[in-house]
Design a protein around this ligand. Structure first.
Ligand code: GCU
Length: 352
């Protein structure tokens, strides 16, 4: 599968280069189209909220600057796995892509802070903290050393454990089971602390690995059960809410410099914000529908466990990570302030 994707990505790069020649006006007989083609890759199917978010971006950019730019979106891993997409963006072969935050940590380690399990006390905290540039900017600016910048992000719900045939009510039920995780050190350690075995692999390989029994389960949002079909095989889904589904939109440094030189950065920045907004709007409804569909049509059982034992098992991870990357401490502390505010607000509302 990996080789397939690599080969495919190379082929796609060649095709992209050929299409550039045509689009840039070398095609015979057609009127020259000198618009700059912006290529965006993603790994999700076209019925996923992230695709809708990119369509909104395309419409906005072409509406504002359609005489200069044309936006092309390549969904469904057409240009390769998420790792391939980051590599293509790094070199400027494509301009933008969206990938899981965890995966990005192998290119820019500090982004892993947002994958710390049970870090955000709620969706509300997540939104507030991620809107705060003091929390995100130092981390996202740093990715430029790797050849790209995180210019936006999409929250597609929460990450929870699901298995083929073992109901998970507490970490004890996970003992010895093999779970696919996204490729990040924090995820591997999280599974160790919960007593399970972590199998890092790319998202596109999860379905067949579940089907063939290579893994016993995975962890993701409800859309994975439907849009990605994992609910065909997995029948137990446990809301332990260990992470938010944070997907980062990255743009290559080359591309950002180019639009800046053209005086168009401001419009693009509005477009980047739009991706986050539309993604979020679409996400809530999509996740609700996915849950209903998984329950009714695929017979998936949803479990609401006590979160406490999961959280307690993962406690050592915070200090381990902060000792290893002390620069993350101010970010971690700022998120704790949001958590505190939220729990105080909740307590007040509860006391009314
Ligand atoms: C989510 C997320 C993807 C990510 C995937 C994964 O579906 O939206 O970007 O790749 O999780 O677990 O790898």
């Amino acid at each position: 599968m990996k080789f397939f994707h690599k080969g495919l990505a190379l082929l796609c790069t060649a095709l992209l280069a050929a299409s550039t020649l045509l689009v840039s006006g070398c095609g015979q007989g057609s009127q020259a189209d000198n618009r700059r083609v912006i290529r965006i890759g993603h790994a999700q199917p076209q019925n996923h909220p992230e695709h809708a978010a990119f369509v909104a971006f395309k419409e906005y950019i072409e509406g504002e600057l359609g005489d200069k730019y044309k936006v092309e979106i390549y969904p469904s891993e057409l240009l390769g796995s998420q790792t391939n997409l980051v590599q293509l963006t790094q070199t400027g072969a494509i301009d933008m892509c969206i990938v899981g935050n965890a995966l990005l940590s192998s290119f820019s380690q500090e982004v892993d802070v947002f994958n710390l399990p049970y870090l955000f006390a709620s969706n509300e905290v997540f939104d507030a903290a991620m809107e705060d540039p003091n929390v995100t900017e130092p981390i996202f600016r740093n990715t430029q050393k790797a050849g790209f910048k995180v210019v936006s992000w999409v929250n597609v719900g929460t990450r929870n454990f699901y298995t083929v045939n073992t109901p998970i009510n507490s970490p004890a039920d996970m003992k010895g089971l093999k779970f696919r995780v996204q490729q990040s050190n924090i995820n591997v350690r999280m599974m160790q602390l919960l007593g399970a075995n972590a199998t890092p692999m790319s998202f596109g390989e999860v379905y067949t690995s579940l089907q063939s029994g290579v893994i016993d389960g995975a962890e993701n949002n409800e859309l994975s059960l439907t849009a990605n079909g994992h609910g065909d095989v997995c029948k137990y889904y446990t809301y332990d809410v260990h992470q938010m589904v944070l997907d980062d939109v990255i743009a290559s440094n080359h591309f950002l410099e180019e639009v800046k030189e053209n005086g168009d950065l401001e419009v693009f920045e509005k477009g980047f914000k739009l991706i986050s907004q539309v993604g979020k709007e679409k996400c809530l409804a999509s996740v609700r529908e996915a849950k209903e569909k998984a329950e009714k049509e695929k017979g998936v059982h949803f479990i609401y466990p006590d979160q406490k034992p999961f959280v307690e098992a993962c406690q050592p991870l915070y200090e381990e990570v902060l000792a290893q990357m002390p620069s993350l401490r101010p970010i971690y502390d700022a998120i704790q302030v949001y958590n505190k505010e939220y729990s105080e607000k909740k307590a007040k509302e509860g006391g009314k």
